[in-house]
Write a protein that binds this ligand. Structure first.
Ligand SMILES: Nc1ncnc2c1ncn2[C@@H]1O[C@H](COP(=O)(O)OP(=O)(O)O)[C@@H](O)[C@H]1O
Ligand SMILES: N[C@@H](CCC(=O)OP(=O)(O)O)C(=O)O
Length: 385
């Protein structure tokens, strides 16, 4: 069940740092860029800048635009990468021109997961973003599709937008799409499905509402947007899914005139280090913990092995792992102090037995509290049970 929560329609006016994500379906129509639409978006962004807000853009569309140059057909990954290589330059040139019309400067940043998941590269990407934002230059981000593949790929720009939000500690991420938010079921197949105006926790029921991907150019569909919301809320940021099809959609959203789904965080923004941990796209494994451990973690303690009931997956020391309650609710992500073999051996055991069990005395905590980011507020977690 969700909280009875007011719709935070003024968020887009109040937020200091905003990430705006533009889906392929908005930008590309029959392989062509919608220049008028892009022009209206540039006007909206410049208006936000004039209100003193800092804006970063995450844009899809490279593959959709580049596809025509490959004869319109994409057969495999290298075709997709080639299409992106052709489309990306056209896409950014269009943004550059649209922004320049309003006296604004855009800057291209192409990212792959390594740029946000490796701590040093993360810091480096963040420094670049800061340098741009503080000069009122608008970072325009896309996945580096020409080299990204398989595991080394965000796969969809919704999650990338949430990651960029974490990178710059944004207080709001707006996903502009061809749908005005989350519905009880995919409105394409269930036209009378009810619209959901506010979501306060990403529960299994919320995840189950996502149907298949919508447009042929897009990759993630609603499931990717919900995954992005999970990342954003985990970092203490708001997120909105809004319909961006009409010119001036951002302005309408800012004035509270447009319907959207608002994802409302129940936690304070995490420290930047914990945001980085919480933002792990694919944790390597899962640690299931008992009710006593859940309580201890919410009280700010480290995770001790006595509270661990099961260890799933293979991971190495230092890898990010999911922390899951016995009820199946993911509550946090942490960097683990043992590899999966040793973690299995010491699960349910006290640290005084570690030496006898492992042949060495490792750290007392399986996950130290400084390395643990709780990704759902305790109230929301309990409500979801
Ligand atoms: N429960 C749902 N509520 C709303 N839309 C949904 C839902 N399940 C699936 N969808 C589909 O998700 C689509 C949006 O995702 P996608 O096509 O990836 O957009 P974008 O290109 O903007 O990222 C919608 O057009 C809709 O058909
Ligand atoms: N990076 C790809 C788009 C990937 C993507 O997530 O697309 P979409 O679902 O339309 O936001 C591109 O530029 O074509």
């Amino acid at each position: 069940m969700q909280h009875e929560q007011e719709i935070p329609t003024d968020r887009l006016l109040k937020a200091k740092r905003v990430v705006i994500k533009v889906g392929s379906a908005l930008l590309v129509e029959r392989g062509r860029l919608r220049r008028r639409w892009l022009d209206a978006l540039a006007a909206d962004i410049v208006a936000m800048r004039a209100r003193g807000q800092q804006v970063a853009l995450v844009t899809s569309g490279a593959v959709g635009i580049g596809r025509a140059a490959l004869g319109g057909v994409i057969r495999d990954l290298s075709d997709r990468q080639a299409a992106a290589a052709v489309g990306q330059i056209r896409l950014f040139d269009a943004y550059r021109r649209a922004l320049a019309r309003y006296g604004a400067v855009g800057a291209q940043m192409l990212l792959t997961p390594g740029d946000t998941e490796d701590r040093l590269r993360h810091l480096n990407a963040r420094a670049t973003m800061e340098a741009l934002l503080t000069r009122s230059i608008i970072p325009i981000v896309n996945e580096n599709d020409t080299v990204a593949f398989d595991k080394h790929k965000f796969g969809d720009n919704d999650r990338l937008a949430a990651r960029v939000g974490q990178l710059i500690s944004a207080d709001l991420v707006v996903l502009l799409s061809d749908v005005d938010g989350l519905y009880e079921a995919d409105p394409r197949s269930v036209p009378d499905a009810a619209h959901i105006p506010v979501v306060t926790a990403i529960t299994p029921e919320i995840k189950a509402k996502a149907g298949r991907a919508g447009s042929s150019l897009g990759t993630g569909g609603m499931a990717a947007k919900i995954a992005a919301a999970s990342l954003a809320l985990g970092a203490g940021s708001y997120m909105a899914i809004a319909n961006g099809q009409k010119n001036g959609a951002l302005g309408a959203l800012a004035r509270g005139e447009a319907r959207a789904t608002w994802f409302v965080p129940s936690s304070e923004p995490l420290t930047v280090r914990k945001q980085w941990i919480a933002a792990t796209v694919e944790p390597s494994g899962t640690i299931i913990v008992d009710a006593g451990a859940v309580k201890a973690l919410y009280a700010g303690n480290s995770l001790l092995s006595v509270g661990v009931t099961a260890v799933e997956g293979e991971f190495s020391l230092g890898d990010p792992v999911r922390v899951r309650s016995a009820m199946g609710q993911d509550i946090g992500i942490g960097l683990i102090s043992y590899d999966s073999d040793d973690a299995r051996i010491i699960a349910r055991k006290r640290s005084e037995h570690f030496e006898a069990l492992l042949g060495y005395q490792g750290p007392d905590a399986l996950i130290h509290r400084d390395n643990l980011a709780m990704t759902i507020h305790q109230d929301a977690m309990e409500e979801a049970q």
